[in-house]
Structures are given as C-alpha cells and as structure tokens.
Design a protein around this ligand. Sequence first.
Ligand code: GLN
Length: 611
Amino acid sequence: MHDSEPDSTSHFLRQFSDSEESSELFSPSPSGYVRGRTRFVVVVGTVMSGLGKGIFASSLAKLMQDKGLSVAPMKMEGYLNIDSGTLNPYRHGEVFVLEDGLETDMDLGTYERILNQNLSRKNFITAGQIYTEILERERRGGYLGRDVQMIPHVTGVVKMKLRELAMNGPNGQQFDVIFVEVGGTAGDYENSFYIEALRELAFEEGDGSTCFVALTYILEPSILGEQKSKAAQLGMKRLMEAGIQPHIIACRAKNPVTPKVTQKISMFSNVPLKRVFSMHDRESIYVIPDAMRAAGLDREILSILGLHERVNAGIEDSARSAWSAFARRLSAPRDHKITIGISGKYAALRDAYASIDKAIEHCGVELCADIDVRWLDTSDVTTAVCAKDLLEGADAIIVPGGFGSRGVEGKIRCVEHARTRRIPFLGICLGFQVAVIEYARNVLGLADANSSEFDPTTGTVIISELPDQKRIEGIMGGTMRLGAQDVLITPGSLASFLFGQSKTVHERFRHRYEVDPAFVGRLEAGGLIFSGRHPKHPIMQVLELPVSTHPYFIGGQFHPELLSRPLKPHPMFMGLIAAAIAQREPAFAQSALGQRWVRANTATASSSNRS
Ligand code: GLN
C-alpha cells in the first residue's frame, strides 16, 4: 500500500491541502512527494534530558543503513536561536559545522560519524528558524488574510521540512527512513509544537508510516537498591496526553532493566513486552548497534514500518562486521601508549571539544594506541617554564580552535615548547594562527606580532580580518568563513604525504581571521611552509615545518576533527599520533602502519649517508 497507493486519509488530505491554504487541513508537501513512501522513526525523551537520544537514534539509524535502507536524521531543537553558532560551548558542547556552513548542535556530529554521512541544513531545525520563516512570510502577505496559528501553520512548516528532507534520498528517490530526534523532553513547553506536528504527520502519512520511540529513564535510588518505574510511567503519560501512543519504549538505566519493571512499563503504556527494551549503560557507544540488534530492536522497527521487503541482506553482513570489528578493537588491549596534551580555554568541559576527543579515539583504534588525553587550561601559562611544567610528559600537543584572547599567550608558549622541543604538534584553526604568531615572534624576531582579535593595537598585525579578502570571496561584513572549502596541497609536503598525495582536499572552516598575505613571503623565507592554500586566493590553510627540523609540526586553518570518522580517521590526527608513537618507539616507524603515517626524515638519512 505504501509505495504505490497512499491510503485514503492521505489522499483526502492531498486533495484539499496543497491548493487551499485556508483549509483547516493545510499541510504542505513538496511537489512530487509521495506520502507513506518514506517512513519516520521519531525518538522522544521522557523523564529527563541527557539520556543520549542522539546516540540512540544514530545507532538505530546505523542498523537500518547497514540493511541497505537509505536513512537521514533530523534534529529538532526547541530553542529560538536560528542555529547553534551563538551558543556557548561551556553550556551546550561544541558547535559542529556542516559542509554547507550551518553551525549546529554536537549531536549532528554523532550522526555524521556513526552514519558516515555528510549532513546539511536540511537535517537540523530550530524553533527560531521555523518562526522566522513564518513571520517573514506573514509580512510579505503570504497568508492571504488568514490568522497565522500554531496549528496548522507552525506545525505545517515542521511537516514540510520533514518532507523536504525525505525528498533528498539517493538517486533522486525519497529516503526510506527519516530518524527524527526531538530535543528536550515530552512535556517541555518549547518542543510541544514539534510533538504535535509529528502526531499530525503520523496521521497524514497513514498507518504504519511512523514509529514513535519513547526513550525513558529507570531510576535506581541507592537508598532503595532497586529499580523504580514510576518516573518512566509518568513521562509516558505526558506523551500519551499529547496524542502519541509510543510503539517502542527504550529504557535507559544504569543496570539491565529487570523483568518486573519492563512488565510494569508495558502494562501502563499499552506497549507489548517484546517492544520494551533495556538500554542500560554500556562500556562504549559503539557497541550499542550490536546490542540493539541482539535484543531484536531492528526487527521490531522493520515490522512496525513494514520495511522487511526493502532490506538488502547481501550488504548487511559486511557492514555489520566492519563496525563490530571496530567496537571489538576499541576494547582490546593496545600495543602503544602515549599522552596528548590539549591546551584549551574550555578545558573544563570535554563536550566543548567532543569532535577532537572522538578523532583521537578513532586514531587510537586504528594505530592500536592507548591515548591518555590531558586537557590543559593555558590561562595561567605566562612563561616558557610554565609551559614546560604544564606539558611535562606530553608526547604530542594539540592547540585547538577558540575565540577571544583568554589563554592565548599560554597557547603561544605551548607552541613554542612543541616546536623547540620537537614534540609532535597539531594546531587547529586558532591553533594554526597562534603557531604563525609564535614563529613570527620567536624565529623572525617580530616581537609584537599578534592577531587583531587578541590585540587590536599591536604594531605587527600578522593575523587579521582582511575585509577585502572576504569581499572577493563574497563573505559579508564581520561574518565568518563557514563550511567546507577546497584546499590546494603542495606536492612533496608533509600534508601531501598525509593526504595520500591528493592535490586537493576538502575541509571544514569556521573562522573570521586569517594570515595576512603580506607576511607570507617573510614567514616562508624564515622556514615556515604553507603547504595548503585556497585554490584561488592567497589564504593560508595548512602550515608545516620541514621534517628535517621537526618530526611533526602541522596546523590547519580548518577543523580536521569534524571530518574524522570511526572507520576513516583524519590523516592529520593519524600523523600526529603516529609521530608520537615513533618518538617513543623508533621501531614503530618501520612497521606497515608506521610507514604509512610516519614521514621519514630523508634529509637526515641522506646526510648520514654522506658521512
Ligand atoms: N578566533 C579565530 C578566528 O575567528 C579562530 C576560530 C576558531 O578557532 N574556530 O579566526
């Protein structure tokens, strides 16, 4: 019924809705959209936030993707911000930048990594975006004299966004399944219109089109020593009051959920026992897809949505085994051990650097290295001696991205320490910029070299906003360069070695300031190499030192961490960690992995040959 002929409800709505906006059944769809063709899995949290809805939804989406189904996630935020660009990483975690430049919530990073899929602004909506669209349309007279209402207009836009996303499947087809994650918890004021829109969507798309999953929490108070289901039951009631009968209940809990609790939940929520799942804490998020599969969650979803026929069993085995092998290697003993020091203003909060954390994790598995990550607050680092103390024992150093002047002098000291002590170094965005400043100050002797972001009054502005530069690129006013851009790589460079001799790579940017081209000649004459540049404009995007002078010193004006994936770690992180291992264990450089990732110091080799 779904693929060819929409059911009678959908047909009825189509007749009236598309042309007649004054109808109470106003429910727009993009042209060519076939109702019921795309299925929706909606994940709503109850009891409390922070249960890992994103990890849950992405793991489930991954299971379906591995069955050959085309999937896409949609994250719905209840806040009024248009995007996450203005959110404080201390409070909300890192700002994740998509290919098209949208600044989003860190959950989108989880989806990209787990699904190995690039997302776009179509996969992320906020209440701010929805209201802006409606209010702008209202001012243009777009509602033909009607009063503009939460229902049907606001909910209509939400449904439209979901359907627009559904239209973007592979080969011009609609996606098989959209995974919708509603931010917040059932009962929140901010997300109630999303929940209403999804209720309407399920009705309009027809029976079997939508599967509601309630992610709930089972309390286990230590004073009682047993699991209690009451909070979960109350949370479920909230959802049912909104007209949503969940099809599946996933119970987050510290320990496996007991049969007594599962029975109670089933009984109070009209959900059969076989559709109540224990999603207790696991040793790593990567084992969740396998755990879901073992519990039969994937089969239940396929049955609820009538999708068994679309499964391609042929690809499932290889996709699953690649993932399971990664999860196994993650918990297996490691051959190497290194420590990475990461200097950062937000060192107090690991979520603020979630993608860096993940990129390191991906490399650790690939290189079989146990990596101890040390987050260092550089605000108190004022001298080279302080930097040495702070970085004592670090086998590699990362200076990550950031904004504002706090802690910057300390970061410059950390770069100096890494450069002069020949400790493998990776500078990311702001880390790239401070590496340029450090070089200008300590090698070229430009003592007052700085960025206009940190000291607008400095005499030697080596990093600046360069408005003319931006105008050429079509970037407005004080806004940032955002999103993916090509980077031209110099043949023969360390970057070229890392990127497998690619001439051009594609990386994601989020910055306002850049190296002033007027200084490039002097910096290069002084020994710094700019091995990655904008294909057309004089924008410096990768810097490095020759391997003859430093085992691994590289920086990117972009954010390599955003593109690292579990089965495809980013080369700049791989190079960093491999170089750190090789410093500790010289024999590593001769191994197959070492030869791929540690660049031999040919200058030393040829000079020793001569002697
Ligand atoms: N603050 C710097 C800039 O705006 C670096 C930005 C970043 O690290 N993301 O250019």
